[in-house]
Write a protein that binds this ligand. Structure first.
Ligand SMILES: Nc1nc2c(ncn2[C@@H]2O[C@H](COP(=O)(O)OP(=O)(O)O)[C@@H](O)[C@H]2O)c(=O)[nH]1
Ligand SMILES: [Mg+2]
Length: 440
């Protein structure tokens, strides 16, 4: 996700961390690097300008905290500002006090509206809702077919509108609302017509639908791959119809990041979810803070832990979190973690979540394959219980014994121990503990 932008910003972070002291000169250099990275990622130029100005002001006026070096402070400022332009904090969807809640999805053709309807239905079901799906393309009755198929395959009820009904949309839409209420559905997901470009006829149709259905959420679905085009049309929808939220799709592709980094500032509306794949479970709640940390290579520890908790034994994950908090992270736990990584399946899918520190360093470059995990496991398996609990006792002859036992070269044993110690050190860092304690 946003690989190039991420690469470039990580270079700036590294540059700053290496500087120690903040001067006008290195700040100017860093800001220039940031500006170039943003412009290349197709971020709106005004957003870039404001971002730069805020960082400059904060960085050069900052009082030096004891705990951080000045340059680290700038890193923190950049992270905070990046979080701010992504929307500061996550914003949940709003549900109506009295059901049904009506969510209307709007956007250009191909942006992912219909797919996202299916995803939202699935997400809502998981949150105790009972959704009904409908497609309100008043001009093309055939436009309903795609959503009908999706609803069928996911086992959601679908409300079909006849061509006859569409000829009298006012009455048909009012009937739709009555039906939803009477049948006890608490959520109506409304797919709408799309065009290749924003046009007046479409906007009029959408306004009509909106006026009669009175949706609590009007969600703009934007294709992140189209960069500033998604932002511009989002702005047009915001001006002409009025939006409450944004969902960006196709973040699993090679989008440069320009849409995500511009759309909140430009439209003033929050990104609530992102689509990360074609399947219907590929919808993620959008966390601006995590996304910022991830782009800056500070890792996405919370997402990683959440994923681990969901997909592996929850108790095991809790135990691990407890141990890390108490700083008794052992090689045994390290091995468990490797096992969990394996269980979670596709390692490459996980890499984006890993912090770029300690044993995870440069994993993003995907040099590590599943074989490496097996080798590390073999090495740990060849250790005695005492060695696993207290790796300090592993001297030269023990290393040779472990190497022989696991069939791996000694330097690999050394590498594993070194990485483990780095990880243990990282676990002790207070920042990490703070994140973990918020999980309690
Ligand atoms: N990779 C990926 N593809 C998506 C995502 N969301 C939608 N798509 C694909 O984008 C194409 C257009 O989606 P569709 O829902 O028909 O768009 P609509 O015209 O706005 O209704 C389809 O091929 C979808 O499978 C996403 O988050 N990731
Ligand atoms: Mg569609």
């Amino acid at each position: 996700m946003f690989d190039q932008l991420s690469d470039r910003l990580q270079k700036v972070m590294k540059f700053l961390k290496g500087e120690g002291k903040v001067t006008e000169k290195n700040m100017a250099d860093a800001l220039k690097m940031i500006r170039m990275a943003f412009l290349e990622a197709d971020v709106n130029y005004k957003v870039v300008k404001d971002f730069e100005a805020r960082i400059r002001e904060k960085a050069l006026n900052q009082e030096v905290l004891d705990s951080l070096t000045p340059a680290q402070q700038v890193v923190k400022i950049v992270r905070d500002e990046l979080t701010a332009i992504l929307g500061t904090s996550e914003k949940p969807l709003t549900f109506a006090g009295t059901p049904p809640s009506i969510f209307m999805l709007v956007g250009l053709q191909g942006s992912g509206k219909t797919t996202t309807c299916g995803k939202l239905a699935k997400w809502a079901l998981g949150h105790g809702k009972n959704p009904l799906l409908v497609s309100c393309d008043l001009k093309r009755a055939a436009a309903q077919d795609q959503l009908k198929m999706i609803a069928g395959s996911l086992n959601f009820p679908f409300y079909e509108m006849t061509a006859q009904q569409m000829a009298a949309p006012q009455e048909a839409l009012a009937e739709l609302v009555r039906f939803t209420k009477n049948r006890g559905y608490d959520l109506l997901l409304v797919d709408t017509a799309g065009r290749l470009h924003v046009d007046n006829e479409l906007m009029e149709e959408l306004r009509l639908v909106k006026d009669i259905l009175n949706p609590i959420e009007v969600i703009y679905v934007g294709d992140s791959m189209t960069g500033q085009d998604a932002v511009k049309s989002g702005q047009a929808f915001a001006d002409k119809i009025g939006l409450t939220s944004i969902i960006l799709t196709k973040l699993d592709g090679d989008a440069r990041g320009g849409a995500a980094l511009s759309i909140v500032s430009v439209t003033g509306k929050p990104i609530k979810f992102v689509g990360v794949g074609e399947k219907y479970d590929k919808l993620e709640v959008f966390h601006p803070d995590r996304m910022a940390s991830r782009i800056l290579g500070l890792g996405d520890i919370l997402s990683l832990i959440e994923k681990a908790e969901k997909e592996t034994d929850v108790q095991e994950a809790e135990e691990l979190a407890r141990k890390i908090r108490k700083q008794e992270f052992t090689l045994e736990d390290f091995k468990k973690q490797l096992g969990q990584l394996k269980k979670m399946g596709s390692l490459s899918g996980m890499l984006g979540h890993l912090p770029n520190v300690g044993p995870f360093k440069n994993l993003g470059q995907a040099q590590i394959d599943d074989r490496k995990i097996l080798h590390f496991e073999a090495i740990i398996n060849s250790m005695t219980a005492e060695e696993r609990l207290n790796p300090k006792v592993i001297n030269g002859s023990r290393r040779q014994r472990i190497a022989r036992g696991s069939g791996r070269p000694v330097h690999e044993v050394n590498q594993l121990l070194k990485q483990f110690l780095e990880m243990q050190k990282m676990m002790k860092k207070s920042a990490f503990q703070k994140i973990l304690s918020s999980l309690r």
